[in-house]
Design a protein around this ligand. Sequence first.
Ligand SMILES: Cc1cc2nc3c(=O)[nH]c(=O)nc-3n(C[C@H](O)[C@H](O)[C@H](O)COP(=O)(O)OP(=O)(O)OC[C@H]3O[C@@H](n4cnc5c(N)ncnc54)[C@H](O)[C@@H]3O)c2cc1C
Length: 314
Amino acid sequence: MDLRTGLVGGNPGKGRTTDLVIAGGGPAALSASLYAARYSIDHVVLESYQPGGQAALTAWIENYPGMGRISGGDLAARMKEQAERWGGSFETATVTSTGLRDDLIEVKADSAVYLARFLIIATGAAPAKLGVPGEDRFYGRGVSYCATCDAPFFKGAHVMVVGGGDSAVKEGLHLSEFADRLTLVHRRDRFRAEPYLAEKLLSCDNCSVRWNTTVSAIEGEDGVEGVLLETPEGEERIDVDGVFIYVGRRPATEAFSGLVELNPDGTVKTRGIVGTSRSNVFAAGDVTDNELRQVVTAAADGARAASAVFNLMQ
Ligand SMILES: Cc1cc2nc3c(=O)[nH]c(=O)nc-3n(C[C@H](O)[C@H](O)[C@H](O)COP(=O)(O)OP(=O)(O)OC[C@H]3O[C@@H](n4cnc5c(N)ncnc54)[C@H](O)[C@@H]3O)c2cc1C
């Protein structure tokens, strides 16, 4: 490391030593950056793609206090703009591994190496897969995990949504505004989604629900043409043009597995909401084992984590 410039790892112009690295760029990280900036903590946010995370991929959010109904993309953009206004610093980089170098945390990204006194893990979660034949083959050709991104391609089509939680029902409602017909397949006999959303879907004119039913295969030639279902009455094939999958999330913690203790499901094992097994590493948002996974809880975690860093720096 060049102590004068702070550059590390032989990456001139890339990578640096800093007080805090925030890994991820979703609501948890954006909130952590806002709070860190206001505490004057030198920090960098490392985000793989674009800030906003899962929140940026939903058409509308209507349970973030004070915002009424707002598109996920707009909410994410506002959060980023607010953090930047206070001095938040963002780089496009994927964190690939983490470890220790002397007293510092070494954060290796695809394009640079960073050294930090503190780390906030806010890498959130990615969609879980159904794990059925055809899912990978038709990804991008009828199989999707993002209704907001892909709904316009299914105007006038018959689409299937798989899942029964908030995301499945909410994104199903969004899809029903484009598709001619929407069939939601759920393995249980009732939704886990908020009653308000569930009632909306159940009263939607072009929506129907298949209860106690699972998908066993997605079929087609060049794109999705149909789905094989396991129903209480036996196997059934129905024709659909698209399949949107909302069956849970996979925490993005591979890069931190040697640094902090993880739970068997891959989430970061937390102590006192945002603490981890290492005193200078915190975790915030969907990447943690905290129960409610929403924008408001991710933002709260981010604030708590930045505040914990600030307290340790005093
Ligand atoms: C379809 C859908 C609809 C939803 N609707 C609502 C809603 O209406 N209201 C609500 O409150 N919540 C909603 N949620 C949940 C909400 O979006 C999440 O709880 C929230 O985004 C979690 O924020 P996060 O910052 O913890 O993680 P994420 O939003 O998952 O952000 C994590 C970020 O980290 C980045 N990342 C991952 N790995 C790395 C790495 N190795 N290096 C660098 N960057 C990395 C990712 O690219 C991502 O941008 C919805 C979620 C989905 C999927």
